[in-house]
Design a protein around this ligand. Structure first.
Ligand code: SAH
Length: 438
């Protein structure tokens, strides 16, 4: 593998490339690194390679010409990459892909970055390392080179050792232990000393799943998992506190009608069933179904009773477990009061809204909503009860949005069509708040 690195600081690489495995791989001819300094290609008297940014702002921008001239001299460029915080993340999958190449060219930025036209005209692939800004692309290029080089056949002692590592199977790796057997009164797990390959493999898989769940839950979305993995994850005890602090409130008044006027909407059987079932699945504390209409409350109560203590509940005990979470109330105040009684503390009231502005009547100066990100609300759940308020009809009336402590970021969808059923919105928001969150 031949790496060509374009850098204003070739000396940066001296140490890292001349020790440990990278040095050995170079000696063995497995990798080869050529350093090219774009400053040598500056046609400026003072060898300048940067200038002030158009549009103003601090810092300098690297000019395209010296970099383009330097790139033109690379005899075997292979895939050409620019290291930049705005690039695609360097992942194990990308490293594996790049390791298939015979050559790679890495362009390192400095200062505020590189003139965008160089990236465009040369068709450079932007790649980012981590989610923090570094002084220059050199440290990032080094990360990329190490990640790729160790996947080049022959780099590692045992050919397969790269396949068992973190990220290889979409998960982070299990923990490692060596001698001594007891360190600071911490013992090496018994299974690892058992000598049973099957037990060790199972232990490692589960440790890997658990670590991923705890530290990088988002990776689980993409990891190839089998039934045993799902069963294991399902059985992992999550602190009940999170779901136990979350209450749903479905308001049927005051909600907006088609014309944007506040009014009252009738109960929907499906909403009641599905919101209770979602709440049972995610172990929520309760679902408040609010309507000021007495006959509607009676109707709702009959429905709940039928599916809990009545014939429906007897025939479907699973359904009864879910519907037992439902409770009819008159309105938001009663819902807040009930939650306060249950939780021993007043809840944070978090409204939901599919629109980005409210007060639709005031077209001249529409009020844009300042949304609260889902992770912030998840953070609240660790401290306080949260009442997530959802609206029927065309959404919660401004009066409700105004009195809420926050309006959580909406489910965005993929098009201008903005008519997600309320029970679907509830399911999505609950998963965003609680799914895989430990
Ligand atoms: N103003 C830029 C940061 C410039 S940092 C921004 O906010 O995006 C200067 C140079 O360092 C960049 O051009 C890039 O080459 C490199 N760099 C900094 N952080 C990096 C990272 N996390 N991954 C890859 N390259 C990075």
């Amino acid at each position: 593998m031949r790496f060509t690195v374009l850098t204003l600081f070739p000396e940066f690489f001296a140490g890292p490339l001349s020790c440990a495995q990278m040095a050995r791989a170079r000696e063995a001819g497995l990798i080869d690194v050529a350093l090219v300094n774009p400053r040598d290609f500056s046609n400026n008297r003072h060898q300048h390679v940067d200038d002030r940014p158009y549009g103003g702002g601090p810092g300098m921008v690297m000019q395209p010409e010296p970099l383009a001239s330097a790139l033109a001299t690379v005899p075997e460029p292979g895939r050409r990459i620019v290291l930049t915080p705005s690039g695609a993340p360097l992942t194990q999958a990308l490293a594996r892909e790049l390791a298939q190449e015979n050559a790679l060219t890495l362009v390192c930025g400095r200062y505020e970055g590189i003139d965008e036209r160089l990236l465009e005209s040369e068709g450079l692939e932007p790649v980012c390392v981590g989610q923090a800004v570094l002084n220059g692309g050199e440290a990032a290029a080094l990360c990329l080179m190490e990640a790729v080089a160790r996947l080049v056949p022959g780099f590692m002692g045992k050919e397969e050792s790269g396949f068992d590592e973190s990220f290889s199977a979409g998960l982070i790796e299990y923990p490692h232990y060596t001698r001594p057997e007891v360190y600071q009164s911490l013992e090496v797990p018994e299974t690892l000393r058992s000598g049973s390959h099957a037990r060790i493999a199972k232990w490692r898989r589960e440790a890997s799943l658990l670590r991923t769940l705890e530290r990088r839950p988002e990776l689980l979305q993409e990891a190839p998992l089998d039934g045993a993995d799902y069963n294991f994850l399902r059985a992992v005890e999550k602190p009940a506190a999170l779901g136990r602090s979350l209450f749903l409130c479905l308001l049927h008044h005051p909600v907006l009608d088609k014309a944007g006027k506040p009014g009252t909407v009738s109960l929907t059987n499906l909403d009641i069933h599905d919101m209770c079932r979602v709440s049972r699945t995610y172990e929520l504390a309760g679902v408040l179904l609010a309507t000021p209409l007495e006959d509607q409350r009676e109707l709702g109560q009959r429905l709940l009773t039928h599916w809990t203590d009545g014939a429906g509940g007897r025939a479907n005990p699973d359904r009864a477990q879910a519907l037992r979470l439902g409770r009819m109330v008159q309105g938001l105040d009663e819902a807040i009061g009930w939650v306060t009684g249950q939780a021993g503390r007043a809840p944070k009231v978090v409204a939901t809204c599919a629109r980005t502005s409210y007060r639709p009547g005031r077209s001249r100066k529409e009020r844009l909503i300042a949304f609260t990100p889902v992770p912030t609300v998840r953070g609240w759940l660790r401290e306080d009860p949260v009442l997530l308020v959802l609206g029927t009809g065309h959404g919660l009336a401004p009066a409700v949005l105004e009195r809420a402590d926050a309006i959580v970021s909406p489910v965005r969808g993929f098009s201008a069509y903005n008519h997600l059923p309320v029970r679907a919105a509830a399911a999505i928001l609950v998963d965003r708040l609680l799914g895989d969150a430990l």
